[in-house]
Design a protein around this ligand. Structure first.
Ligand code: NAD
Ligand code: ZN
Ligand code: ZN
Length: 345
């Protein structure tokens, strides 16, 4: 292993990432080292680099939680992952494995969870240290570039759609058709759901249509909630809000059908008011959803390996990260950027 590796480092919140050499980590007992081939750029990485959320990472740190690569070193005691395996290092870096949440397959809310690219260094680097118990297994036939967006954007929206409880033939509204949302439209179609896409950008809405959305609502319009209710006959059975904008949250709750479920996934900083009477009297469920479990991950990847879901990808080199962040911030990324760190394809 080379002693040094190139990485994009958050040195201070709100500042451009610094491209510099860092020590290549080595795999201690129970750890593995992954040589990165590709890493997607999620809007969460932007929140991380700005310190947007109440629980903050501590600079300097390396973001990136859609890293895919090959295992090049295994620490003492590692038996479930072997040299040469292809794995993904997702947002859920590790959990405790024995609390009530881990035992009930809710490891995503384990109080001892660690986050890749946040509380552990992530994939904007040539090598990533990982916990073999929590890496994603990348199916044969799915390239590193294609797999990258699935291990965050894919699993998060697939799980979020399941959490809406919407059944085949019912309507889901997907608010925000970016990196997460363009995959959400495809998962929803593959799950037999009818999709109404909501965004503030003509290109994103056209993209949703091309991916199978039956109806489109421009959130900048005069009455987006009324438009959605008209097309769905009273509101969507499930609403999935991926937009990183608080305005989308008020709207998303109002778009929920009576007795429906609104799933919050986007994480813009701040709070939004819930219209108490409407939520109570219409028996609406509002729930958060955070990435997915390892089982959700395997299912989400299987959809991609089967060709039912395909991320639309723009490849960029690691050195372009600051320009990519700037475009993501301004809504100027068509779907997902994946950093190509030497993928074989
Ligand atoms: P993105 O920038 O790729 O996409 C955001 C989309 O939202 C864009 O298409 C944009 O046009 C649209 N949008 C902006 N304002 C809108 C509005 N008012 N109404 C409707 N659409 C609007 O971002 P992304 O990578 O898809 O991430 C989206 C959010 O999801 C971020 O806040 C991110 O942190 C969060 N996230 C949450 C989880 C989780 O587990 N809950 C996982 C991954 C990402
Ligand atoms: Zn993410
Ligand atoms: Zn736990």
């Amino acid at each position: 292993m080379p002693r040094m590796m190139m990485a994009a480092v958050v040195e201070a919140f709100g500042q451009p990432l610094v491209l510099r050499e860092c020590d290549t980590p080595s795999a201690g007992p129970g750890q593995i080292l992954v040589k990165t081939e590709a890493c997607g750029v999620c809007h969460t990485d932007l929140h991380a680099a700005r310190g947007d959320w109440p629980v903050k990472p501590v600079p300097p740190f390396i973001p990136g939680h859609e890293g895919i690569g090959v295992v090049v070193a295994v620490g003492a005691g590692v038996t479930i992952v072997a040299l040469g395996d292809r794995v993904g290092v997702p947002w859920m870096y590790s959990a405790c494995g024995h609390c009530e949440y881990c035992l009930s397959a809710w490891e995503t809310v384990c109080p001892d969870i660690a986050f890749t690219g946040y509380t552990r260094n992530g994939g904007f680097a040539e090598y990533i240290l990982a916990d073999p118990n929590y890496v994603a297994r990348i199916p044969d036939g799915l390239s590193a570039i294609d797999a990258a967006p699935i291990i965050c954007a894919g699993v998060t929206t697939y799980k979020g759609l399941k959490e809406t409880g919407a059944r085949p033939g019912e309507w889901v509204a997907i608010s925000g058709i970016g990196g997460l949302g363009h995959l959400a439209v495809q998962y929803a179609r593959a799950m037999g759901l009818r999709v109404c896409a909501v965004d503030v950008d003509d290109g994103k809405l056209a993209h949703a249509r091309a991916l199978g959305a039956e109806a489109l609502v421009d959130a900048r319009g005069d009455d987006p909630v009324g438009a959605l209710k008209a097309v769905t006959g009273g509101g969507a059975h499930g609403v999935l809000i991926t937009a990183p904008s608080l305005a989308a949250f008020d709207q998303g709750v109002a778009m929920t059908r009576r007795h429906g479920t609104c799933v919050l996934v986007g994480l813009p900083p701040g709070d939004f008011p819930l219209p108490l009477f409407d939520v109570v009297a219409a028996c609406i469920t509002v729930r958060g959803s955070f990435v997915g479990t390892r089982k959700d991950m395997a299912e989400a990847l299987a959809f991609a390996a089967d060709g039912k879901v395909r991320a639309e990808i723009e490849r960029q080199p690691l050195s372009a990260i600051n320009a990519v962040f700037d475009r993501l911030d301004h809504g100027n990324v068509a779907a997902r950027v994946v950093l190509d760190l030497g993928s074989p394809s």
